[in-house]
Design a protein around this ligand. Structure first.
Ligand code: NAD
Length: 396
């Protein structure tokens, strides 16, 4: 079929297999051009098919030569529907590392469930013995609790009072005002249940109990802090409460893993265009202004540069540098004073008429479409393309 982007609001309901594979290839090329990392040998990435999880897997496999197990929730093509981007990304990853000598396994399903945890642990035990790094990079709107069966939904809302600011429709370039009402207590609770640390801890406990976690293992999950302008909607809102919970969980896990020489971290990453971040009000406008400023200062990074820096300069450096709260900061360049001062200045002025000059609207759009394999270099989007791409190394 001819595969073109079909957007509905802030999601794209189609994905292009060759375009996704090309995007993954570019990430692999980047890592190949960097210094090798003396890092982990066997890595589990939970949420491995897109965004930061995918980039973590690529850095582990290509940069450190590690065997990887990827757990993700994506769908294959069916009838006239294409597969989801994460499916094609992972198939592209597999095709491109198949000759490299590292082992790779994929588990598709709900990471929050006991069933997927058990399948993953059985696979690790039979194929790799143990893992020495666990990356937790799940971003989901929903979670069904494996014990109570209750389904929680996360919301992105401020807490205590309504919040108004500018927001961007990146398809049209329109900058408008948005007001988001405050979350109820129940919504805060549910968001923490989805995006907080409980599931991460359940994974680590289950791996440890089964003997699938090596002594001295490291685990890392991802968080975001960001500037003042997004605090009400992000860091001090519902999602921020979930991130506080995730960060608390890291301290708890670090304490319990340290007995066997292990470590648990939260890494605070840079704001980037991913499927999750494009759904947050206000944030896409901030990201487009940030991209302009960081590109002008030659500081721009995407997921792959961020994750390479996380592995090479933090997790597997001689010493892992953390801030006063114990957090790894690879958002250091985003949060630099000169960067934030310039973004702030532009933020006050940005409107629909000057967005192209003051922000990187085109960069935002391109990256959004590239998430789904569109606008990739060297791909013929008019060509008849087979949407049915089998998943190599799919288990069980
Ligand atoms: P993403 O949407 O690109 O990736 C999410 C991954 O989770 C995908 O692989 C998806 O398949 C998987 N997933 C979702 N639900 C699942 C389920 N039930 N079972 C198994 N897998 C499931 O998201 P992202 O932006 O890369 O976010 C990853 C983490 O990084 C999140 O914790 C996020 O808060 C954090 N982060 C993101 C940004 C940003 O700007 N995008 C910045 C800093 C930190």
């Amino acid at each position: 079929m001819i595969i073109q982007p079909k957007t509905r609001g802030f999601i794209c309901t189609t994905a292009h297999p060759e375009g996704c594979a090309r995007q993954v290839e570019k990430q692999i090329e980047y890592v190949k051009a960097q210094k090798k990392i003396s890092g982990p040998a066997n890595v589990l990435v939970i949420g491995s098919s897109t965004g930061y999880g995918l980039a973590s897997r690529i850095v582990a496999a290509v940069g450190a030569g590690a065997n990887t197990v990827g757990v993700f929730f994506d769908k294959p093509a069916e009838g006239s529907r294409t597969a989801s981007a994460g499916w094609y990304n992972t198939a592209g990853f597999e095709a491109q590392i198949s000759e490299s000598g590292v082992k790779s396994f994929n588990i598709v399903g709900d990471a929050f469930s006991n069933e997927i945890k058990t399948q993953t642990i059985d696979l690790i035990k039979s194929e790799l013995g143990q893992v020495d790094l666990v990356v937790y990079s799940v971003a989901s709107p929903r979670r069904t609790h494996p014990v109570t069966g209750e389904t929680f939904t996360s919301v992105i809302k401020p807490i205590g009072a309504s919040y108004s600011n500018k927001t961007l429709n990146f398809h049209t370039g329109e900058v408008s005002d948005v007001t988001i009402g405050p979350a109820t207590e129940e919504e805060v609770k549910q968001t923490i249940a989805v995006m907080g640390g409980e599931d991460w801890k359940m994974w680590i406990d289950a791996l440890r109990e089964a003997g699938a976690l090596a002594d001295g293992a490291t685990t890392v999950a991802y968080s975001y802090i960001g500037p003042e302008v997004t605090h009400a909607i992000y860091r001090e809102g519902t999602i921020g409460k979930a991130k506080n919970d995730l960060e608390r969980t890291a301290l708890e896990l670090n304490e319990s893993l340290s007995a066997a020489g292990g470590r648990a971290f939260v890494s605070v990453n840079k704001a980037l265009v991913t499927q999750s971040s494009s759904a947050i009000p206000v944030v896409p406008l901030y990201i487009s202004a940030l991209y302009r400023v960081m590109k002008d200062k030659d500081l721009h990074e995407n997921c792959i540069e961020q994750m390479y820096r996380l592995f090479a300069d933090r997790l597997y450096a001689e010493e892992t540098a953390v801030d006063d709260k114990g957090l790894i900061r690879v958002d250091d360049w985003e949060m630099r004073e000169d960067v934030q001062a310039e973004v702030d200045k532009r933020w006050k002025e940005i409107d629909s008429a000057n967005i192209e000059q003051l922000a990187d609207l085109e960069g935002y759009r391109s990256e959004f479409f590239q998430l789904f394999g569109f606008r990739a270099d060297g791909v013929d989007y008019e060509a008849d393309t087979d949407a049915n791409v089998p998943m190599p190394n799919l288990r069980p």
